[in-house]
Design a protein around this ligand. Structure first.
Ligand code: AVI
Length: 326
């Protein structure tokens, strides 16, 4: 019998299959690894919202300082002639910072559409609802999925000049090699007058950085452990969360801030039909949050074929939003 799935369930199954194969590949590897892009289910979105309000987590406050207090400078960098364009935000989340820019541009009468891209459909529907209430005249086209697939979709929907926002030092959640490839791909996907506004968390006193990811309340730990819960529910696994502990490191020389889960004993975990063995103190590499020097940002832009046409820092000079042109 030729059983045909409803298109929606097919899409859902494709998501689960990609998630399952990534998880199994990562946990069968040595060292074991999970991708932090899977942190963001409903609970993960909620925990990240909590992280952003923690006193130790300065990144959001620093970039908010830029978007709230230097909005006109930002607008001038990305749209100096105020001509029509599409504003595409990669990993938009709740768009808390970009909302200041959106309001400014709408009030100025700029002709633009806002296209937020996010892997979380949940956060996109919350965002769509929030923005329709706060800025009723804003043209918003939410795009759920992976960055480059959705960038291509955005290009197929409109041929206007593109301004890409990649905020929050989301770029830091890739290895340096992945970052370089990502920037090269971005360059290949853009036209010559398109620009990208990228937010980078800068190197600073290492205690400040480590504290931001090692909060006393354990919210960052819960954020990491939530991925094990997600694997338990979605992939029929039996991780015992009590037997894994969050561990955070920061290397001020390389700028790599990394989080791990440590297995507290020798243990076996089943994921569907697969068995994964952990030794006591064995690590799962969970996430990198890379911190950057100005020289590294310059090098990255040059290697990927961009030139930096402007930058704005927060008042503490802890965070920088840079504007790159193809
Ligand atoms: C989303 N991203 C930029 C955050 C960061 O700072 O790397 C994710 C995060 N992980 C732990 N705390 C916040």
């Amino acid at each position: 019998m030729n059983l045909r799935l409803h298109p929606d369930s097919q899409v859902k199954n494709d998501h689960i299959d990609g998630f399952r194969s990534d998880v199994l590949e990562g946990l069968h590897g040595n060292p074991k690894k999970l991708s932090s892009k899977y942190f963001y289910n409903k609970k993960g979105d909620h925990l990240f919202q909590k992280i952003m309000t923690m006193p130790e987590y300065y990144l959001t406050k620093s970039e908010l300082d830029i978007f709230k207090n230097k909005t006109a400078d930002l607008a001038n960098l990305i749209t100096p002639d105020n001509e029509p364009f599409d504003l595409i935000e990669l990993g938009a989340g709740d768009a808390m910072k970009s909302t200041f820019l959106l309001k400014y541009l709408v009030e100025k009468g700029t002709d633009f559409s806002y296209m937020p891209i996010d892997i979380s459909g949940n956060i996109l529907s919350i965002l769509n609802k929030k923005l329709s209430q706060e800025i009723p005249t804003l043209k918003i086209i939410p795009l759920e999925g992976e960055y480059f697939e959705m960038l291509q979709k955005a290009a197929s929907l409109s041929s206007r000049r593109k301004v890409i926002l990649f905020l929050g030092s989301n770029i830091g959640n890739m290895s340096l090699e992945e970052t370089e490839n990502f920037c090269k791909d971005l360059n290949q996907n853009l036209a010559s007058d398109d620009v990208v506004l990228i937010g980078f968390d800068l190197k600073k006193n290492p205690h400040i950085i480590l504290n931001a990811y090692n909060d006393k309340e354990g919210i960052t730990a819960a954020f990491n452990l939530n991925l094990l819960t997600r694997i338990n529910t979605e992939l029929d696994a039996d991780f015992d969360l009590k037997e894994f502990q969050h561990y955070q490191t920061y290397d001020p020389v390389s700028g790599a801030c990394k989080s791990y889960l440590v297995s507290l004993k020798d243990q076996n975990v089943t994921i569907g039909n697969d068995l994964i063995s952990f030794k006591e103190n064995e690590l799962i590499d969970m996430e990198i949050s890379q911190k950057f020097s100005p020289e590294k940002i310059q090098e990255l832009s040059e290697k990927s074929g961009f030139k930096i046409i402007g930058e704005i820092k927060d008042s503490k000079k802890w965070f920088v939003d840079t504007v790159w042109q193809v």
